[in-house]
Design a protein around this ligand. Structure first.
Ligand code: ZN
Ligand code: ZN
Ligand code: FE
Length: 762
């Protein structure tokens, strides 16, 4: 925030205050009104196309400006404040004026957890919303997930099915009420209803049943996190893979019984979005089937009144809020209800159809979820928030760009898809859509793109997409009869980070990623780029490994282990070392004859190779599982002298791989991480010297690895380089849409806008 005028206190002035940001539909004008009255100021406030405009006159304008920063409504996001002095006109009263019309650029706020005022009412037996599962107010409750179209008014949300009762209508219309213009407001008389009692739900959970419960952005599958049987049954019924389940605990005090949680992690758990926070497990009490093979555990706090009511009932149904902070015994597995990798279930009838084979009991309600949103997942790396998945609670909060761009839709990648819409100097990245590998997911992806354009009122002029012709997102881009701009995958990765950090000069971009297509259809994924605006070039890459069987290698690390042996000239050892893997002879043969074994510079496959050689999860149930387990083994990374060489920009880690052949998993994990960090630092430093660049942006799915991310930032800093990590988006393909949009926008607004996209320059 910038305040362009500093004023002495107690001096009669009239000021015009322009406020920009996410400040409409969040109770901002009543806040300004109250603030002006408290400071005995005259004047007015109105919404217009640019945000909120205020004129104040009196002696305490300084106090007004101070409180503007500190006391703003919880959902308000103030981006800029500009203050100018104008001649006083002698106004004593303050008023809220009608909107000035024009092109009002509203943004629906993200969904919010229950606020403390609502919790106080929820557990107050005298309150008319006592124990009401849909309590909310101007500061909390569902938002993004129930809006159908602009403007953000009740009539344009799924609350339009619930006409306000007299009391709710009075609160909604009263400027002094904390539900003034709370669009989703409701009460037991007029609002939505839960179709089963809290008592029954809790009894079934305690009896070991799996219960599907409708949340803000979709259904969760819920069971007791402390009993083996339901957790094992849930894992068996949901899908065969071993992806970790998230766990919900009543409060931070309860979380700390099961996991280490420092102050920053606690703040993230309790932050406005209430994401799942990945913490280090204390390794006792909770069922091991929740996160097989991992020492980390994803926790979240209750987000909806329904969750709070469950914990309240389990804690003995006390009146008041004193019980809220005390440690509680109830801990619940709370995992997305997305059977078979298809999108999250949101609709009650759909729940009956898709979840009846998984859940023993389904709890729905009659408030429709308009837009699906998974739980967000984050953790703390180097003291800062690092996203793993960005969705509920953050979307559709925009990312502010360094400059305005033409209206653009960027359709993202194939895995961990998101889409991005540009409106002026703001980039709106959608919620996590997921892998576009089934028709349901592709439909959700298309709906997401079209819904985001609708609620932002944007008509794109350009569609940006990945170079890969087979991505479902690329194919969708071609259905728009608009100019298309293809953007290389790793250029998009690093451009996303430059976009959010508003870097406009030349930078190095280090993409440590799974897979992306290069400009000549190569398999890229461990890339060192140089870029400045839309000009870029590939300075170097990890030395390629063959990827036997193509994509299959991503979930069978032993295959990459075999490829590493082949790269070391030790192909004769493959069949012996991997004798317990069916097909090891065939793979050895494929490598020697280069059959269906494309070379790849992917860093993800390098991690897989290390896992394969160390026999860490040789066959994984999902991409990235083995490297997660490998990362978990690291206590203190060490460096192998001579573990790498560099030639013409190609970083060759074969000496390190050769060393791993004879390592234990633990020692191998530590020397692999430490040496990789040292090698990458060395590599980047020499490129920085060559190009005269001192900033490096880090991106790609491998940076979800906390040891790698924190180590690189530290070591690059030590050699005098400034390393920038993604902050507002995850480092994985969830950020690709933003990078596509930024590159395409710069190209399209620049002079040499070529329809062939951002080609690397010589
Ligand atoms: Zn509230
Ligand atoms: Zn009511
Ligand atoms: Fe990627």
């Amino acid at each position: 925030m910038s305040l362009s005028l500093k004023l002495p206190p107690a001096f009669l002035r009239r000021l015009r205050v322009r406020i920009r940001g996410g400040i409409q539909g969040v109770g901002f004008r009543p806040f300004i009104d109250r603030l002006a009255r408290e400071n005995e100021l005259g004047g007015w406030v109105l919404n217009d196309g640019d945000g909120v405009l205020v004129e104040i006159e009196g002696e305490r304008t300084g106090a007004f400006l101070d409180a503007l920063q500190s006391g703003a409504p919880r959902l308000a996001r103030i981006a800029h404040v500009d203050v100018s002095e104008i001649p006083p006109v002698g106004a004593a009263d303050f008023e809220i004026r009608e909107s000035a019309g024009g092109d009002i650029r509203t943004v629906t706020p993200p969904d919010q957890p229950v606020c403390s005022d609502c919790l106080a009412e929820l557990f107050d037996p005298e309150d008319r919303r006592h124990l009401y599962p849909f309590i909310n107010c101007t500061n909390c409750g569902p938002r993004f997930t129930l809006v159908r179209r602009l403007p953000y008014d009740r009539s344009n949300t799924s609350m339009s099915d619930f006409p306000l009762c007299r009391q709710c209508a009075e609160e909604y219309a009263s400027r002094s009420d904390r539900r003034f213009h709370a669009e989703p407001t409701a009460c037991p008389t007029c609002g939505p209803r839960l179709d089963h009692s809290i008592g029954e739900i809790l009894a079934r959970l305690r009896a070991g049943e799996i219960v599907a419960i409708k949340g803000l952005g979709g259904f969760h599958l819920v069971c007791d996190a402390k009993s083996e049987l339901p957790v094992a049954r849930l894992r068996r019924r949901k899908d065969r893979d071993e992806k970790p389940f998230a766990v919900m605990a009543a409060n931070v005090a309860s979380v700390r019984r099961w996991a280490h949680c420092d102050e920053r992690e606690a703040a993230l758990l309790e932050s406005g979005a209430h994401p799942i926070v990945v913490l280090r497990s204390r390794g006792r009490g909770l069922v091991s089937g929740i996160a097989p093979g991992l020492r980390s555990l994803g926790f979240m706090l209750p987000t909806t009144p329904i969750h709070h009511l469950l914990f309240h009932a389990a804690a003995g149904s006390a009146n008041g809020v004193d019980w809220l902070a005390a440690p509680q015994g109830l801990v619940l597995v709370m995992t997305s209800a997305n059977p078979g990798g298809e999108p999250l279930v949101t609709d009650d009838r759909e729940a009956e159809r898709r979840l009846s084979g998984i859940a023993d009991f389904i709890v729905g309600h009659n408030r429709e979820i308009v837009t699906r949103a998974d739980d967000s997942v984050a953790r703390v790396v180097n003291g800062a928030t690092a996203f793993i998945r960005r969705a509920r609670g953050y979307v559709p909060q925009p990312i502010e760009l360094a400059q305005s761009l033409p209206p653009i839709l960027a359709v993202g990648a194939q895995l961990k898809n998101t889409v991005c819409v540009i409106r002026g100097n703001e980039a709106f990245v959608s919620q996590h859509v997921g892998s576009l590998d089934n028709p349901e997911a592709i439909r959700f992806f298309e709906e997401t793109a079209e819904h985001l354009l609708r609620i932002l009122d944007v008509r794109p002029e350009v569609i940006a997409h990945d170079l890969h012709p087979d991505f479902a997102s690329t194919q969708y881009a071609h259905t728009w009869e608009l100019p298309l701009v293809p953007v290389q995958h790793h250029l998009a990765h690093v451009a996303a980070v430059t976009a959010e950090h508003r870097v406009t000069g030349a930078v190095l971009g280090l993409a440590l990623d799974g897979f992306g297509l290069g400009p000549n259809a190569e398999s890229w994924g461990g890339e060192l780029l140089w870029l400045e605006g839309v000009r870029w070039r590939r300075l170097g890459h990890l030395r390629e490994l063959l990827q036997p069987g193509g994509d299959a290698a991503a979930t069978q690390p032993w295959r990459m282990g075999a490829a590493a042996l082949f790269a070391l000239g030790r192909e004769a050892e493959i069949a012996i070392r991997f004798a317990d893997q069916t097909g090891s002879r065939v793979i050895a043969d494929m490598l020697c004859k280069r059959i269906n074994s494309p070379p790849s510079s992917s860093c993800g496959r390098l991690f897989d190779a290390a896992c394969g050689l160390l026999n860490v999860v040789p066959r994984a149930s999902f991409e990235g599982q083995a490297p997660m387990v490998l990362e978990d083994l690291v206590e203190s990374p060490s460096i192998l002298d001579g573990g790498w060489t560099e030639c013409d920009g190609v970083l060759d880690l074969r000496p390190l791989l050769a060393h791993l052949v004879d390592c234990s998993p633990r020692a191998g994990a530590e020397i692999f991480h430490g040496t990789l960090i040292a090698a990458l630092t060395d590599w980047v430093r020499s490129a920085a010297v060559r190009t005269g660049t001192s900033q490096v942006v880090l991106s790609g799915g491998c940076l979800l690895n906390r040891v790698l991310a924190a180590g690189l930032v530290r070591e690059l800093g030590r050699v005098g380089l400034e390393a920038l990590l993604p902050i507002q988006l995850p480092p994985n393909d969830g950020a690709v849409s933003l990078g596509q949009a930024w590159v395409a926008g710069l190209l399209w607004s620049g002079e040499d806008c070529g329809a062939d996209g951002a080609r690397p320059c010589a």
